[in-house]
Ligand binder design. Structure first.
Ligand SMILES: Cc1ncc(COP(=O)(O)O)c(C=O)c1O
Length: 386
């Protein structure tokens, strides 16, 4: 069996059409888009076409799209950029306990600079309650940052409902849509987001490129200084080839949305049914419904996610635990802890994330080998020598 890749939430392979669109910009269309001569104009055209394509995915104006180096930078720019623009007024930021590290870490850094941050709890399925959000907002709240879909468990937040609450209080809403794009509609008019982060490599585009949507009129200070690119909000010569690939990926993301959802839904359902039938003591982490169709996070009692991941890797199957390996110690997932799981349960999770190139046969293969691997890892955990 050829290797099986079930880690699409970590990254996706490039679409062939994306590679084809990028190649000329790595060869003959090499110009600097800031140059006014023919070579620069060609590169500039590629950049602006891509901006139109990303704006079309979001239903925004092209001028509201800033290209960045990816989701991490977009999140940092949104949070730090908005706060820097509203200070020195007292500032309060609201987020949830289950955000990606690229939201949580910049907020922790802002706390050290005197910004007050509230980390809201979510329910047992990872969902944020509108009333919990409403109660946390104060007259000092400048910004609310919420992930549209969670990368570990796939929970989808009711962004348009939440945005109404945020705007009633006069605050801005930043949405991390890195995992949602390509899997759910990311129409900013419907969502009501003021800022929204995207990353190309989660939607079959290249790594190291992303975008921040910034609603017209939103004050944002740049993180970097020293150039007029991206309306001076993100100076530095753009990675034109990657941006061009991102544009094409965005077009396909919009076009393939329904097909991709139906395909992924079938595969994760097949996987979950198969796991429940063949393996005892398994738990679904995250909601049964209202979840990203491609994401399945399962707890295997008595086994470690790490052990299972390694066993599957030896058999050629790539999955993820969803937990971070920090300073040599395996930290339990902060997302699963926030759902109310204890430390042991937070460590026995495995995240399967499928995508457009995943096949039914690959899922059948995984289902054939998984029970043996789970049994082995559980046995090893029980044995005193382990
Ligand atoms: C929800 C979420 N936000 C942000 C990021 C960071 O994106 P990037 O890898 O483009 O920096 C990720 C990547 O895993 C993510 O899942």
């Amino acid at each position: 069996m050829t290797p099986v890749y079930l880690d699409y939430n970590a990254t996706t392979p490039l679409r062939p059409e994306v590679v084809d669109a990028m190649l000329p910009y790595l060869r003959e269309r090499f110009g600097n888009p800031a140059s006014t001569h023919w070579a620069g104009r060609r590169a500039k055209q590629g950049l602006e076409d891509a901006r139109d394509q990303v704006a079309a995915l979001l239903h925004s104006r092209p001028a509201e799209v800033l290209f960045t180096s990816g989701g991490t930078e977009s999140n940092n720019l949104a949070l730090r950029g908005v706060i820097a623009a509203v200070r020195p007024h007292p500032t309060h930021v609201v987020t949830t306990a289950i955000e990606h590290a690229s939201v949580l870490e910049p907020l922790r850094a802002l706390e050290l600079e005197g910004v007050s941050v509230t980390y809201l709890p979510v329910n047992g399925e990872g969902r944020l309650d509108t009333e919990v959000l409403r109660a946390a907002l104060t007259t000092d709240t400048a910004l609310v940052s919420i992930g549209m879909a969670n990368n570990e468990i796939g929970t989808i937040q009711p962004i348009s409902e939440l945005s109404r609450v945020v705007h009633e209080r006069g605050a801005l809403l930043h949405v991390d849509a890195v995992q949602a794009a390509g899997k759910l509609p990311v129409d900013i008019i419907h969502l009501g987001a003021d800022l929204l982060s995207l990353s190309a490599h989660k939607i079959y585009g290249p790594k190291g490129v992303g975008a921040l949507y910034v609603r017209k009129g939103t004050a944002l200070a740049p993180l970097l200084l020293g150039g007029a690119q991206e309306r001076e909000k993100r100076p530095g010569t753009e990675n034109v080839a990657a941006v061009v690939g991102f544009g094409v990926a965005a077009t396909f993301a919009a076009q393939d949305l329904e097909l991709a959802e139906a395909h992924c839904q079938q595969l994760t359902e097949q996987l979950w049914q198969g796991i429940q039938t063949t393996i005892a003591e398994v738990t679904l982490n995250g909601p049964r419904h209202h979840r990203l169709a491609n994401t399945l996070n399962v707890g295997f009692t008595g086994a470690t996610g790490e052990g299972l991941m390694m066993g599957l890797d030896l058999a050629g199957v790539a999955v993820s635990t969803g937990s971070a390996c920090a300073a040599g110690s395996l930290e339990p997932s902060h997302v699963l802890l926030a759902l109310g799981r204890d430390e042991a349960a937070a460590k026995n999770a495995l995240r399967f994330s499928v995508g457009q190139y995943t096949t039914k046969q690959e899922i059948e293969h995984v289902l054939a080998i998984l029970p043996g691997i789970v049994e082995q890892v559980r046995r090893a955990a029980r044995s005193p020598e382990s």
